[in-house]
Design a protein around this ligand. Structure first.
Ligand code: SF4
Ligand code: SF4
Length: 104
């Protein structure tokens, strides 16, 4: 397995299945989605927002991206503490493809 970019673990199988989809040529499209914090992974409190239902989410800035994204490198600055949702989001899955088509 190979770790790439800000939150993806890429298997050889996924690279073979769709070589055109890669975090390395993406603009962190999925880091513009709402990210619910479903468990405590150590996300710094200053990055957490409470939504109107009392749920915790990652803050997003006016440009639409998650506050934890480094705008220069487009990499996650809290990779080791990133939310569960980010850990489970898989490069090449339908959700990823939809976000790339909408934003790239
Ligand atoms: S949208 Fe897909 S390709 Fe782009 S950064 Fe997210 S997982 Fe990687
Ligand atoms: S926590 Fe990291 S991986 Fe998750 S949306 Fe924010 S920048 Fe992206």
């Amino acid at each position: 397995m190979t770790s790439l970019k800000h939150h993806q673990t890429i298997t050889e199988e996924s690279l073979i299945n769709d070589p055109d989809v890669s975090c390395s040529d993406c603009e962190a499209c999925c880091c513009r989605l709402e990210v619910l914090l479903l468990s405590d992974t150590g996300v710094p409190e200053r990055f957490i927002e409470i939504d109107k239902w009392g749920g915790m989410t990652m803050q997003r800035l006016d440009d639409g991206w998650c506050v934890a994204l480094d705008r220069d490198t487009m990499m996650c600055t809290i990779y080791d503490k990133r939310p569960l949702v980010c850990r489970e989001y898989k490069m090449g899955d339908p959700d990823c493809i939809i976000e790339r088509e909408a934003n790239l």
